[in-house]
Structure formats: structure tokens, C-alpha cells
Design a protein around this ligand. Structure first.
Ligand code: PEP
Length: 250
């Protein structure tokens, strides 16, 4: 039985006082941590302070890292640096990184490898554009994205990795994939993992859905057999809505 995971991606939002206050509220929340994990990805500049002050079960994640271990990469940070501030999860390949910062499938795969080498668990994002879905190429697009990262993984790495299916047309648009569309793609991703490894490993991988998850649609999405929780953007910035999404996963 896979444990659910509800992850909040704060993106480039909140000043430090707001971030600290929201994180404090969330870390005091009474939720069933045996049934669901809570993960928060704040802006990188806040990570070390939140991490060293964190005495709760809330998992902290970065929203990105560089693929190299160190060197002349002004403005960047490595997976090893995250590990050194006790941040052991990192979102990789978010569609905004792919579209705004030019991250290719190959770069995403290198970043996944960098995380695994540093002992940081990647939350690997994949998703198709509206055009790809409407032209029936969504399964091909996801296959390409997933195959690129699976090549970087051994059996141990895949069973502890997390995948987030985030159709680009549903991110920040208010347009959610239906529970059936999410289930269909999550089942497909699990099948791809099973083909590359085996059924047992495939069943261990948590696959999150992301794209306009809200309290009103979370329960239905999370009730699907292959939807193991959500990666939440906008609705993670408000305490009440994130709490209600977390409750929907419990
Ligand atoms: C995201 O950015 O990962 C996301 C899913 O955003 P939103 O929930 O706002 O659609």
C-alpha cells in the first residue's frame, strides 16, 4: 500500500515572514502522518533557515537544482548542497523549468542523476501540452520524458523516486484533468516503469497528479487507484486550502 503524498510548490511567492508563518502553521497541523506525507517546496533562499528550524514531519524540498556537483555556475546550487542543509527532496523538470528555462529531457535526466548521486529524492515532473493532447500525442510525449529519466535509475532509485504527472494545460489554468484522465495516464506511467523494471517496483512508485488541484477536486482525484496524492501550486499558498487538500488525501 503506497502512502499518499501532498506536496506544495510555492514557486516564486511569499516573502520570508509569510513563508515562515505558513510553514509554522502547516507544521503544527494535526494530520494523519501515517497515511499521508506533507511536503513543501519553498523558494530556495528560505530553505536552509526553514530546514534547520524544522522539528516537524513536514518534508522540505527544493524546486530545482543544477546537474553539476560544483563549479562556475553563478546563481545555481547543487543537489549535494541541498543534502548539506538537510533537504533531501527536489522537484525536477517542472514544466515551468522546461518552458521558461529551456530544460530538455536530457537536462532533466542529468538533474535526476545528480539528485540520486547526492542522496536527494527527485520528484520528477512530466506532462504534455494541450496541443500534444489534442493531437493524440500525449502518451508518446510522456513515454519520451519518462524513458529519459528511467535510464538514469537502478531498482533502488526507482522505488524511492516520486513522479508527478502534470499536464501543462492544467497548471495554473483552473482546468483540471478529470479523475479518469489522471488515472489513465498514471496507470500508463506505472506500466512504463513495470516494463523497464518489474511490476513490484512499479507498484512502489508514488505518482502524484498536478494541475489546478483544489479542495473541491482533490478527493475525487486522490480516490483513483494510481493517483498517490498531488503536487499543488496555487492552492498551496493558502493555509486553509492546502489543509483541506491534505485532509482529502487522508
Ligand atoms: C504546479 O505548478 O506544479 C501546479 C500544479 O500548479 P497549480 O496547482 O497552480 O495548477
Amino acid at each position: 500500500m503506497r502512502k499518499k503524498l501532498v506536496a506544495g510548490n510555492w514557486k516564486m511567492n511569499l516573502d520570508f515572514d509569510e513563508a515562515r508563518q505558513l510553514f509554522h502553521q502547516l507544521s503544527k497541523l494535526d494530520y494523519d502522518s501515517k497515511v499521508v506525507d506533507m511536503l513543501i517546496a519553498p523558494p530556495a533562499v528560505y530553505l536552509s533557515q526553514l530546514s534547520f528550524a524544522n522539528s516537524s514531519e513536514v518534508i522540505l524540498a527544493a524546486q530545482n537544482c543544477h546537474q553539476e556537483t560544483s563549479g562556475a555556475f553563478t546563481g545555481e546550487w547543487s543537489a549535494g548542497m541541498l543534502a548539506s542543509i538537510r533537504v533531501d527532496h527536489c522537484i525536477i523538470g517542472h514544466s515551468e523549468r522546461r518552458s521558461l528555462f529551456g530544460e530538455t529531457d536530457d537536462v532533466v535526466a542529468q538533474k535526476v542523476k545528480a539528485c540520486l548521486d547526492a542522496g536527494v529524492q527527485p520528484i520528477i515532473c512530466c506532462g504534455e501540452s494541450l496541443e500534444e493532447r489534442e493531437s493524440g500525442k500525449h502518451f508518446d510525449r510522456i513515454t519520451t520524458q519518462i524513458d529519459a529519466v528511467l535510464k538514469q535509475m537502478d531498482e533502488k532509485a526507482i522505488s524511492t523516486s516520486i513522479i508527478a504527472y502534470e499536464p501543462v494545460w492544467a497548471i495554473g489554468t483552473g482546468r483540471t484533468a478529470s479523475a479518469e484522465q489522471a488515472q489513465e495516464m498514471h496507470g500508463f506511467i506505472r506500466k512504463l516503469i513495470g516494463l523497464q523494471f518489474d511490476e513490484q517496483r512499479a507498484q512502489q512508485v508514488r505518482i502524484l497528479y498536478g494541475g489546478s488541484v483544489k479542495p473541491a477536486n482533490a478527493k475525487e482525484l486522490f480516490s483513483m487507484p494510481d493517483v498517490d496524492g498531488g503536487l499543488v501550486g496555487g492552492a498551496s499558498l493558502q493555509f486553509d486550502s492546502f489543509r483541506d487538500i491534505l485532509t482529502a488525501a487522508s
